[in-house]
Design a protein around this ligand. Sequence first.
Ligand code: SAH
Length: 360
Amino acid sequence: MSVEDEPADAPRDLGAIFRRLIRNTGPISLSHFMGESNARYYAAKDPLGSEGDFVTAPEISQMFGELIGLWLADLWVRAGREEYVHYVELGPGRGTLAKDALRAARRYGLGPQVHFVETSNALKDCQAEAVSGALWHDDLSTVPMDAPMLLVANEFLDALPVRQMVRTAEGWRERMVGLDGDDFTFVAGGQPMDSAVPSDWQEAPEGTIIETNPGAAAVMYEIAGRLGDQGGAALIVDYGYAETQAGSTLQAVRAHRKLSPFAAPGEADLTTHVDFATLANIARSRNLRVLGVTTQGDFLRSLGIGMRTENLAARAPQYKAELGAQRDRLIADDEMGQLFKVMGLAAPDWPGGAGFEAPE
Ligand code: SAH
């Protein structure tokens, strides 16, 4: 049962809905808990910025979106400047990245049709104010396939619901959300899940957790197929790891602070780290070119964020210190520079992009 199926007199508090559901039908999957929580969370409000719950790279500095726009324009120019092309952004937030990227790209003659994949009505309104002429989609399936696609996703895949498996004394089980009194707690599911776990993990020690993100895998599969058919390129930016690893990375953030993922379902942002190794393997399995997975710090440095900061500061000297601080938040090792990764993808017949050292 999903929250949408609830009768009109049902409790509106998502925690109360989950409790009732668990009492009636038993523990629910973490994926169910996370999916419903984030759907409620993003539908309700604009969570971004210093007044909200978290700040993303495009909200820190215009330089982030501008450099992404230049990356796309450079590739597009070298691919032959096809006039009709689609800019597609997944989860565009306030539309700030798109606004900055499209402004930078226009200077090179790139003026694509803009498509936003977004489910939150609150954020669609922000996006419409930031970018004119955009078209909205609930998912990628309705984005036209009649021209090359330049796709960007920043902090999108981390919000999709994950499944977790835990190694118990009886073998692998799905990690479910149950109740201890009124408190949510993790419990192991009753169904054996050993066949869902890769063979080299079968004998992992008891308590080992592995996390999979079926939604991210499905999105990557579709992006890869489309880039192969339509031509184009993609940049996926998120916090995550370049090599597959064990352990839960689930976290909740509200008002810039971490809290228990169970503390306030629907009122905090639930995310996990993105497994870029798995995503790259999916892309390769569909013959896509993986240009590389690099850190956000290295990527922005090689795209010239240092020079861009100096140029902006030369034009507005009163903002010199602020611009330097913004740059550092984006690229410093102890800020976003190492934790955030950038994956570049290109259609087989498209050129490689700047910022990735050794394209395969
Ligand atoms: N990219 C933006 C916002 C990141 S927050 C930025 O960098 O500032 C995550 C974004 O993904 C929000 O716009 C949210 O509404 C959207 N989103 C989350 N889950 C989604 C889903 N299942 N389908 C479509 N959009 C989703």
